[in-house]
Each structure stands twice: as structure tokens, then as C-alpha cells.
Design a protein around this ligand. Structure first.
Ligand SMILES: [Zn+2]
Length: 322
């Protein structure tokens, strides 16, 4: 059996241009990367997927392959077929032949894109590459040593090319960066963002430790504050570390433009953070959860101060401290 083309559409004839375009793209990639194995091809109306086993595949490789493939398509090369009694004979005649060797037994049909590409194949093809219109790679993904390349053909490819170009123009306008610098700009933004996250996290940790008010409740202590603009995850991490080291109780209000939270942390076995949070949610129409040591809930911002005061009151009541 030669390379098998799978398609959910019964009329494979109508998919011959998608299939031929795939031959041309694979032939182009072969020129750039040397030989590799095409494991599976799927073609649909206007698009397809090809699964290849290859060591590496960059966007640059694919860009080069697409330039070559579209040139071959525009040149209008004739698509021919040849028959051989064995794979060895076919390979002798066409040394660059792409074939699924383990699947081939006996008579071999070779499909030639005139002087450009040779592939052992049983599928249907157009007679001239011009009929493919154009080919565009629309997605690439990698799983193990196998790459999946999604492509579009003909009018669909043209429409997608225009959409992608428009998207680039729009992103370039939003960022105020020329298209040629987009990649660099996005990489810079990403590293700046990561750096800012780290800075906020450090500032948050510092502000939690420094701004909490302290109240003695018998043998334990209650630390509380409403903090604005700090990073919630960093607060949770800091409180988690603190309650791991001592038996104090923490009530932290977190305020940030329409998103308000109350966090309860407890290192004291008498205070169950989730129980307190549940009571607060019931009274103030909040939502949240956690465990007996740490719990967090969101509340309407206009009620944050009331929730904060009530949380402290519940802690005092449970510990029977006035
Ligand atoms: Zn074919």
C-alpha cells in the first residue's frame, strides 16, 4: 500500500487540488530540510493536515517552503504518473522519491510534479499545479518527534492570508510598532511583564509584613489590614508561610478596582478559616472557599470594610475576647 490519503468527503476528485498542493509543499520542504517521512495526510475541502517525522522545523523553514511551493504552483507544472514493478526500481529512477517504504509492496505508482517532486501515491491529483491556486500554512504543532502542519489551498488560503495580514496590521497599530519589529516588541513585553510580576510579588510580601495592625487576643494575635493594589497570589503565599510559622490569625482585605476579597489565615486551631469565610459569604453575599487554615472570598467592594470589621469581630467572638 502506498501513502494513504484520508478524507471524510466521499468525492475525493474534488480534493485533488488540496492533495496536489500538499505534494508540492512537501517537495519544497524536502529541498530545504533533506529527506523526512510523511506519516499521514488528511485533505478536506479547501484545507488539509500533513503529519511528518522530522528532527526540526522552524517558521523560517516553513516560510521558505511556502515561497517555493507557491512559485511551483504559479509556474503551472504538469502532474504526471509513472508505474514501476517495485519500489527499488522507482527509487532508482527517482532518487529523491518520497515513499512510505513499509507500506509498499509490488507495483508502485509515482506521482511527479514535473521535474520538481516525486512521491509514491495512490491518490487523485490535478493535471497542472496551477489548479491548486495557492497554498498557505495556517498552523503547526509538535507531538513527540512528529509535526502536524495544517494548510489551506485556493481561495480559502487567499482569504486567510488577507485575514492574517490584516491582523498583523491591526496588532502593529495597537502596539505602535512596525510589523517588522512585532516579534521583538512582543518578546520585550513578555519579559517586562514577567519582571513586573516579580516586582509586585516582592512589594506585596513586604507590604503584608509591614502594614498589618496587631491586636493581642489572649495567647494569640490578630493581624489585619486592607491592602490596595497588591497581588492576591503573593498575599496568599505570604500568609500561608506566616501561618506555617506561628499560631496567629490574619484578616486581610484586598481592594482592586471592582474586585474585592477577604482572606482569612489561621495558625490557631480554634479558628477555622473556612467557617469564618462561609459566615461572611452568607451575611454579605460573597463567594469563596479554602481550608481550615486559609480561605479567600470575593465580596461587593462597597461592603469590603463591613466584611473586614465583621471578620475581626467573629474571630474575637470565637476566642471570647472583647
Ligand atoms: Zn498524492
Amino acid at each position: 500500500m502506498l501513502l494513504k490519503i484520508t478524507s471524510p468527503v466521499l468525492n475525493q476528485q474534488s480534493l485533488s487540488r488540496e492533495h496536489t498542493a500538499e505534494h508540492v509543499l512537501m517537495g519544497s520542504l524536502q529541498r530545504i530540510k533533506g529527506s523526512f517521512k510523511v506519516r499521514k495526510v488528511e485533505v478536506y475541502d479547501g484545507f488539509g493536515k500533513v503529519f511528518i517525522e522530522i528532527d526540526s522545523l522552524s517558521f523560517e523553514d516553513l516560510a521558505k517552503a511556502q515561497v517555493i511551493a507557491n512559485k511551483v504552483i504559479f509556474e503551472g507544472r504538469v502532474v504526471k504518473e509513472h508505474f514501476f514493478d517495485s519500489l527499488e526500481e522507482a527509487q532508482k529512477a527517482f532518487p529523491s522519491l518520497r515513499a512510505h517504504e513499509e507500506r509498499i509492496q509490488g507495483r508502485v505508482r509515482v506521482v511527479e510534479v514535473d521535474g520538481f517532486d516525486y512521491s509514491a501515491c495512490t491518490g487523485k491529483h490535478v493535471e497542472n499545479t496551477k489548479d491548486c491556486g495557492m497554498i498557505l500554512v495556517t498552523h503547526v504543532s509538535k507531538s513527540g518527534g512528529e509535526y502536524q502542519i495544517d494548510f489551506e489551498v485556493g481561495e480559502k488560503a487567499l482569504e486567510t492570508a488577507v485575514k492574517l495580514s490584516t491582523l498583523c496590521l491591526s496588532i502593529s497599530s495597537i502596539l505602535g510598532t512596525p510589523i517588522k519589529n512585532l516579534e521583538k516588541a512582543v518578546l520585550n513585553m513578555r519579559s517586562e511583564n514577567e519582571d513586573l510580576k516579580k516586582r509586585i510579588s516582592v512589594i506585596t510580601e513586604d507590604s503584608v509584613k509591614k502594614t498589618l495592625s496587631e491586636e493581642s487576643l489572649g495567647e494569640t494575635k490578630l493581624y489585619a489590614a486592607i491592602l490596595k493594589g497588591v497581588d492576591t497570589k503573593a498575599v496568599m503565599k505570604t500568609i500561608g508561610e506566616l501561618i506555617g510559622k506561628n499560631n496567629y490569625i490574619y484578616v486581610i482585605g484586598l481592594e482592586w478596582y471592582g474586585v474585592c476579597n477577604i482572606l482569612i489565615g489561621s495558625g490557631d486551631e480554634r479558628i477555622n478559616a473556612t467557617h469564618i469565610l462561609k459566615e461572611l459569604c452568607r451575611v454579605f453575599n460573597g463567594k469563596g472557599g479554602g481550608d481550615n487554615k486559609i480561605a479567600i472570598g470575593s465580596f461587593p467592594c462597597e461592603k469590603l470594610h463591613d466584611v473586614f470589621e465583621e471578620a475581626k469581630k467573629i474571630v474575637r467572638d470565637v476566642l471570647k475576647v472583647q
